[in-house]
Design a protein around this ligand. Structure first.
Ligand code: HPA
Ligand code: ZN
Length: 361
């Protein structure tokens, strides 16, 4: 008998009323209560249709969709590119610093409800600067919301500036120049957008310059692109963490290397399902990867488009793969291990997870 059922028996014998919180032993409640870090999140991908309409209206922009329901109908994708086309279109209504603040604040209030206590999030400056929205407008709005999130909600953060890989090297270098006055606000750089045909090696010189500026480095690799792109991200870009990385499983030598180096992979289950990287959540490789010794984490990627934030992503894999609470707790612990938090903070979060596991198992 586990400690929880012992408690229930004791309560029944002694006529003690159990508060609903104390009696809710479900997996979803456990997932919700687990402290978690999110390491793969595009802030533009948190743009909920309701907020999009509100901001479009106040900016006097007419979208091609006449209602939230009509817009949501467009959220059916056969691949990454079909999603990206809609994602860039949605971001097109963001014009002012307050728009970026509202977008980021909405995300933070949502994850606060899910006990996400730390987030390392991407923003895509070129998506905005290419529409003549200045770099400083974008970053100031995001940064002000992140500061409020830390002071009012206790959510710590790191900010990752992501380059769009379908654009050229010159555009990435121009973005790096624009970022230099805000260097202290940016912890890392990343690489996202259309993967196939835009290998990491295209950005070798940009990433070298970013490393020289002191940024940490990450790159999307092996989402749709081949295992070869993961090798390039490791050997040519010298990245610190891999975003997605699902296709490493096609290459045993690569898996061996990733395990040996404990290189973290930021997996995104609902994204994988919606973008047809997998056809059924039961096929998701997260458990298989854990069993191989890979340092894997669960993240939401673009939650407004893929049907859920962190809790929904944890729940989707936990249910489909029949995970134990211990396995789910390991994923939550991995999220801190793979984060860029100081060691003492990581240990503090690990302890809190261990305590919750004892309490709720
Ligand atoms: N992959 C690549 N680029 C992206 C993604 C993604 O999942 N989301 C936003 N930009
Ligand atoms: Zn992503």
């Amino acid at each position: 008998m586990n400690s929880n059922s012992k408690f229930h028996k004791f309560a029944a014998l002694n006529n003690i009323k159990i508060h609903p919180f104390m009696s809710d032993n479900t997996l979803s409640h456990f997932i919700n209560k687990l402290p978690k870090a999110e390491l793969h999140l595009h802030i533009e991908g948190t743009f909920e249709p309701e907020l999009m309409f509100k901001i479009a209206e106040r900016n006097g922009i007419k979208t091609k969709y006449d209602s939230v329901a009509h817009l949501k109908q467009a959220y059916r994708f056969n691949n990454l590119q079909e999603f990206l086309d809609i994602y860039y279109e949605g971001a097109g209504v963001l014009l002012h610093e307050q728009d970026f603040y509202d977008l980021t604040w909405a995300y933070l209030t949502q994850i606060h409800k899910e006990n996400v206590v730390h987030t390392e999030l991407f923003f895509d400056p070129q998506t905005h600067t290419d529409r003549n929205v200045p770099f400083d407008v974008v970053i100031k709005g995001i940064k002000r919301a992140l500061e409020d999130g830390e002071s009012k909600l206790g959510i710590t953060y790191k900010l990752i500036m992501s380059f769009l890989r379908h654009l050229d090297e010159a555009s990435a270098f121009k973005t790096l120049e624009a970022a230099k006055p805000y260097k202290d606000w940016i912890d890392a750089v990343g690489l996202d957008s259309s993967e196939v045909g835009n290998p990491p090696s295209k950005f070798e010189r940009v990433f070298k310059a970013c490393r020289e500026e002191g940024f940490l480095l990450v790159a999307h690799a092996g989402e749709e692109g081949p295992a070869e792109y993961i090798w390039e991200a490791l050997d040519i870009l010298n990245i610190d963490r891999i975003d997605h990385g699902n296709r490493c499983l096609e290459d045993d030598k690569l898996v061996e290397r990733l395990v040996k180096e404990q290189m973290a992979l930021t997996l995104c289950p609902l994204s994988n399902l919606e973008l047809k990287v997998i056809t059924d959540m039961k096929q998701h490789p997260v458990l298989d990867m854990m069993e191989k010794g890979l340092l894997v984490t669960v993240n939401s990627d673009d939650p407004a488009y893929f049907g859920g934030y962190m809790d929904a992503n944890f729940m989707a894999v936990a249910e489909a793969l029949h995970m134990t609470k211990t396995q789910v707790a390991t994923l939550a612990k991995n999220s801190f291990t793979a984060s860029w938090l100081p060691k003492t903070d990581i240990e503090k979060h690990h302890k809190a997870i261990d305590a919750l596991l004892v309490e709720m198992c």
